[in-house]
Design a protein around this ligand. Structure first.
Ligand code: WTA
Length: 685
């Protein structure tokens, strides 16, 4: 029996039994496939493309790109000239070409354990065609941007696929963002159509999404932009109209929960009313492989979110291929990803990747601790889930409740466990492997980003000897390197530095919506010739990649990326605040937490009321998930003589760590002592 210390450092090999059926069952085979994928992408991806339906198939050379800013415009093109439609590929191809219309696409598990539904591929195809026709009848055309602000209900999947079917670009905004954030995203993309929902329960908490949407539409108006139409799914019911049994929307038949929905008859329309008397046939819009599929905003270090734009052909192949290999998915497996579709993980691994493989998935509306901390494992048994994919922060929060919430459920169906979103500490990795997976299931720690579209560094469950905490090796098509910041050169062998990629894989983003120059500056200017992830990374003597976390001005709180600049600009909007500086502070459950230093304007007092007002301010401007953890009064901030805030010093102060290194460049070194004295008591976090 290994000691706990040994378990954290051990290497975990897949069992011979697991390997027997795995798509990639040896490191030799992985290396061979990886070599071909990067040296001969035309053959490797060209062969994979044959599994898909193309109106005009890709031929010969599949990749064309320039990664070097000094050689001109950054450009990435996969399958240029080929024509397809991703909605056709995830629905019609499965239903009509492969005869899988009766296969369940989604088991839907509601917030309340007794609320559930299921949808076959055939049913979804009809719903999507109908809603695509609704969008068309409302004037939505190819290339138009459609904002979607919805909870985890099937209509969200229907809405996004309907957009993809008609060539409209969906811009999904996680339904935890504030009306201000939603408005900012609608304005940036000029979305004239918004699709939302009356409301949703997360655990016991009711969120009135239509009210938030109305706030966002009002803010757009203040900025001289008008959202012309708003389609609303009736999910919780309406006390005025009751529930309408004649509707064709499955969600509308759910029991009325008495939510009052604010209504503007000039632009608001009920989803279920629009869905009556609509044709179930809708010819897809045939899209060039490089035409846009969707945009998704991610935090940017300047504070203004970036609209990451993905295109059609490459994204389709990449999400499908990563899904198949990283989770070792086989037909008849039941797969589940806990992520919300509002984040990239939900786009790629709740919707597009699984559906491209005709997978059966479980979609979950609720939260892991409602009604109790055993919820995940209860429905793992209910649906006999084989592949389970979640975030380290969820694992760490469940560890705190004790093993019995896990062990009282069987979990015998589990085969592969995955994590995503932030570095996983070996302690949590080993608990996941040992307690959740009974020591039987390979754990895949998948590193990737909104920008990468799909997994880029990850173990493969049937072959990689996994080390707890390591993202291990590059996926097919990916060529990582580590760059030393001081020399700007690649490090050979073991070492630590900036994680970069040397050539494009099919799922990489193509531009920042409306600002290609920002795309070039953010990802390609620091080290010309390389895509820069913004993450630090260590390569060990065995060639394993270990992601060490962000090395730019970004925080990763519970797997959500936040920009320090965005939080700072929210804080200084408060009338009492003159200046703010936000840094990351380690947190046992959330990974990182936000620690804010605020300098008050003369004549204002620092007290508990101000602290809660400031927390509330950030909650309102960004969203509840961004609410700061700690706020410290900072009569002054440590600045260099040129006025630059030394965040490195603030990070140390936040941790009460006096090992500052060289602070001789500070304009006023006495500030440091003052801030240390002013630290709030934040206990053991
Ligand atoms: C972090 C989420 C370590 C990383 C898919 C990255 C990770 C950012 C991992 C992207 C992992 C994601 N190990 N760090 N396995 N996965 N990250 O855009 O800092 O929401 O740059 O995409 O999350 O977050 P995003």
């Amino acid at each position: 029996m290994a000691t706990h210390e040994e378990a954290l450092k051990a290497v975990y090999k897949p069992s011979a039994e697991f390997q027997k059926n795995a798509h990639v069952s040896s490191m030799e085979k992985y290396r061979e496939m990886h070599k071909q994928s990067v040296e001969d992408p035309d053959t490797f991806w060209g062969n994979i493309a044959k599994d898909f339906y193309w109106k005009t198939a890709p031929e010969g050379k599949v990749l064309d790109y320039n990664f070097n800013v000094s050689k001109g415009k950054i450009e990435i093109k996969w399958f240029e000239g080929a024509v397809t439609n991703i909605c056709y590929n995830v629905l019609d191809r499965n239903v009509k070409d492969r005869g899988l219309g009766d296969r369940i696409a989604f088991y839907w598990e509601g917030n309340d354990p007794d609320d559930s539904a299921k949808y076959t591929y055939g049913e979804l195809l009809k719903l999507v065609c109908k809603f695509a026709n609704v969008l068309k009848s409302q004037g939505v055309k190819k290339g138009d941007r459609v904002a979607i602000y919805m909870p985890m209900i099937i209509e969200l999947v229907v809405a996004m696929l309907a957009c993809a079917r008609i060539g409209a670009v969906h811009s999904i905004v996680f339904a935890g963002f504030s009306s201000e954030s939603l408005a900012g995203r609608i304005l940036d993309a000029k979305c004239e159509m918004l699709i939302t929902t009356d409301g949703v329960y997360r655990g016991t908490k009711l969120i009135n999404l239509k009210e938030i949407s109305d706030g966002a539409m009002a803010k757009c108006k203040e900025n001289a932009f008008s959202v012309k139409k708003c389609i609303v799914v009736r999910h919780l019911g309406d006390p005025v109209n009751g529930t309408d049994d004649k509707t064709s929307s499955p969600a509308a038949k759910r029991p009325c929960k008495n939510l009052r929905t604010p209504w503007n008859p000039d632009k608001d329309m009920w989803w279920h009313e629009l869905m009556t008397d609509v044709s179930e046939e809708c010819e897809p819009e045939w899209m060039g492989a490089e035409e846009p599929l969707f945009m998704l905003y991610t935090s940017g270090s300047t504070g203004k979110p970036k609209g990451v734009l993905h295109t059609t052909g490459g994204y389709m192949l990449y999400t499908a291929t990563t899904f198949k290999y990283t989770f070792d998915y086989h037909p008849d497996d039941i797969y589940h990803c806990t992520a919300d579709i509002g984040w990239i993980t939900g786009h790629s691994y709740v919707v597009y990747g699984p559906m491209a493989n005709a997978a059966t998935s479980v979609m979950f509306e609720g939260v892991p601790t409602y009604p109790d901390a055993g919820r995940f494992w209860e429905y793992v048994d209910k649906y006999k889930i084989n592949q389970f994919y979640t975030a380290p922060t969820a694992i760490r929060s469940l560890m705190k409740f004790g093993d019995s919430f896990v062990t009282k459920h069987s979990r015998a169906s589990l085969k592969v466990l995955g994590t995503v979103g932030e570095p996983i500490n070996p302690e949590a990795w080993v608990w996941y492997h040992k307690v959740v997976g009974d020591g039987r299931c390979p754990v895949v720690d998948t590193f990737w980003q909104t920008e990468t579209g799909g997994h880029v560094v990850t173990p493969l469950p049937g072959c990689t000897p996994a080390k707890p905490g390591a993202a291990c090796f590059p996926f097919f098509g990916v060529v990582p390197a580590i760059i030393d910041e001081s020399t700007g050169k690649e490090i050979d062998g073991p070492g630590e530095g900036y994680l970069v990629f040397k050539q494009p894989w099919p799922g990489i983003m193509r531009t920042v919506y409306g600002d290609h120059e920002r795309f070039e500056r953010t990802y390609f200017s620091k080290f010309p010739g390389y895509y820069v992830t913004g993450d630090g990374c260590r390569r060990d003597a065995d060639g394993y990649y270990w992601i060490t976390g962000r090395i730019d001005d970004m925080l990763n709180v519970s797997g959500h990326l936040l920009s320090t600049a965005e939080i700072e600009s929210s804080l200084v909007e408060h009338p009492s605040i003159a200046e703010a500086a936000v840094v990351s502070h380690p947190h046992k459950v959330k990974g990182e937490s936000t620690y804010c230093f605020v300098t008050l304007k003369d004549g204002t007092a620092f007290n508990d009321d101000l602290v809660s007002e400031l927390k509330d301010q950030v909650r309102k401007t960004i969203g509840p998930f961004a609410k700061p953890d700690y706020i410290q009064n900072a009569p002054a901030l440590p600045k260099t003589r040129s006025g630059k805030i030394m965040r490195r010093v603030l990070r140390k102060i936040a941790c009460n760590d006096r090992d500052f290194g060289d602070i001789s460049t500070l304009a006023d070194p006495s500030v440091v002592e003052l801030l240390l004295e002013n630290r709030p008591n934040i206990g053991d976090v």
